[in-house]
Design a protein around this ligand. Structure first.
Ligand code: AMP
Ligand code: MG
Length: 497
């Protein structure tokens, strides 16, 4: 298959390439080729992600593409490189980091960057081996597509491949590579890198590049007339606020919100020890290595702001003065609550209303979150059952989730009083499109990984199908929407990947 596209210049997969990042110059990256992995095999493939790339889906069955994404064959047209960035990790300046195991293959003419994660050593690998293990790669692959299915801004994942090459972590594991896609993999840390290094020409080149390619409206901002860099900070603050509001409403915990893991486009990137909440625990810490709970679920909104503040400091040489930078960051404080309120309102089946949410609706949301936390109710199951409760009129299955039934009944009564003003079908439709039936719970990922280690990739495929359309009923797959087993609480996911 596709042998016609072989050429001595590398494999032509039918895409045009633009490679704009590489035109920034060699201060921004090191050109190098991926290190081949022996005897690669397919683990998971997303035809939806192929469509985003404009890639003919038949490539996902081809041994040529398998060779290309495992580093055994060059792709024609790309510009293969590892970029340099720095960052704050767990609140501390960490200095230079960079793509230690990720490699940009290039950017297509349609504006999608294609990256291999786990492609081998780079000049930025520091103490690492440049590789990624199968378990974390399956998690990244599935969660990228799951987040997209939920409508949350994210990098995408085209495929994940495995190899029996041994990789040393706490134990000996095997290697894998995720091929991931995003319009840009530029991070807050890229800006911090050049700012901290007093490389202000490069800082400006990077900011201009980002604005021209992704935020052209910043050049004509009225609020920040003549200061496109302040406008950029504001635009990034808004996108980040929208992303984190979506995380909070769906119960997603990222786990490692270091500034080097924050996308300049407000995309969820760098999936590591992430978790979708099972029982609702606002203080939940999903990263076993996060001893202080810096990135606990309920701290994520503040941590995102902290990271934006770092970005603001990095951009200060371009913005010029403190005042517009502070004004730009302020937008986070209005956009986040507004977006979060909208999302939670939709979860309750309340139609989007212009302007501020009423105090009564806000109390309805705050009070249910308190009850969910007090009884450690399963977050996803609660919202899905509520969606099926006919506006709280038929709420026995919801009530059953609570220990404190008196409190649950009192809230359900308030809720049905509020929702009865909305046409019945409308609120139910909205809720069923807002409250997913399927999320990538830790134990589901673990089951797929366990089988994949035995070369059975059926669970990876099943989960991909369910998570691509998480609001559909998928009859026959009820067990994937059920309560987590008891052993799920004991799963420990650390930074090791
Ligand atoms: P992460 O916590 O995965 O976002 O990674 C933080 C930094 O460590 C980034 O610069 C990564 O490229 C680098 N890194 C993580 N794992 C490895 C590895 N196995 N080999 C080389 N670099 C790594
Ligand atoms: Mg990272």
């Amino acid at each position: 298959m596709n042998t016609a596209s072989d050429s001595h210049d590398g494999l032509d997969i039918g895409l045009t390439w633009n490679n704009s990042f590489s035109q920034l110059g060699e201060d921004f990256y090191t050109r190098l080729a991926p290190q081949p992995l022996p005897a690669p095999y397919w683990v998971g493939r997303s035809s939806a992600a192929a469509a985003v790339l404009g890639l003919d889906p038949s490539w996902l069955d081809s041994s040529e593409l398998l060779e290309a994404v495992s580093g055994n064959r060059r792709l024609a047209g790309g510009a293969t490189l590892a970029s340099v960035y720095s960052g704050h990790q767990f609140g501390m300046w960490a200095g230079q980091l960079g793509d230690g195991r990720a490699l940009l293959l290039g950017e297509t003419g349609a504006g999608m960057e294609v990256q291999l994660k786990g492609a081998g050593l780079t000049p930025y690998s520091r103490m690492g081996d440049g590789r990624a293990v199968l378990r974390s790669s399956i998690r990244e692959f599935l969660c990228s597509e799951a987040m997209h299915g939920l409508g949350i801004p994210t990098s995408r994942a085209l495929c994940v491949i495995g190899s029996d090459a041994p990789i040393r972590r706490e134990t000996i594991e095997t290697a894998a590579v995720v091929t991931r896609l995003a319009p840009s993999f530029v991070r807050f840390g890229h800006f911090e890198h050049f700012s901290h290094g007093n490389q202000h020409d490069q800082l400006k080149a990077l900011a201009d590049y980002t604005i021209d390619r992704h935020y052209p409206e910043c050049r004509t901002s009225e609020e920040f007339a003549g200061n496109p860099y302040a406008a950029l900070l504001q635009a990034v603050s808004e996108r980040t606020a929208i992303m984190v509001a979506q995380w909070q409403s769906v119960g997603f915990c990222h786990g490692v919100m270091n500034t080097d893991n924050m996308s300049i486009l407000g995309l969820t990137i760098d999936y590591g020890p992430f978790q979708f909440l099972d029982a609702y625990n606002p203080g939940h810490i999903c990263n076993h290595s996060d001893n202080q709970g810096r990135y606990a679920f309920n701290k994520q909104p503040n941590m995102a702001y902290w990271n934006l503040y770092c970005l603001g400091q990095a951009l200060l040489p371009l913005i010029g003065e403190q005042e517009p930078a502070i004004a730009a960051l302020e937008s986070y404080k209005t956009v986040f609550p507004a977006e979060f309120g909208q999302r939670m309102g939709a979860k309750l089946g309340l139609m989007a209303s212009q302007g501020e949410m009423s105090a009564l609706d806000r109390a309805l949301i705050e009070d249910i979150l308190k009850l969910l936390a007090a009884d450690r109710v399963d977050y996803t199951i609660f919202w899905r059952r509520l969606s099926h409760s006919d506006g709280g009129r038929d709420a026995a299955a919801v009530r059953d989730l609570f220990l404190d039934r008196v409190a649950a009944d009192a809230w359900l009564l308030r809720y049905s009083e509020r929702i009865k003003h909305i046409p019945r079908g409308e609120s139910t439709d909205l809720m069923l499109k807002t409250n997913p039936k399927f999320v990538l719970r830790n134990h589901l990922g673990e089951q797929a990984i366990k089988k994949a280690k035995l070369k059975d990739f059926s669970e990876v495929n099943t989960l991909l199908t369910l998570l691509e359309s998480p609001f559909e009923e998928h009859k026959g797959f009820e067990e994937y929407a059920g309560f987590p087993p008891e052993w799920a609480a004991g799963i420990e996911i650390s930074c090791s990947s």
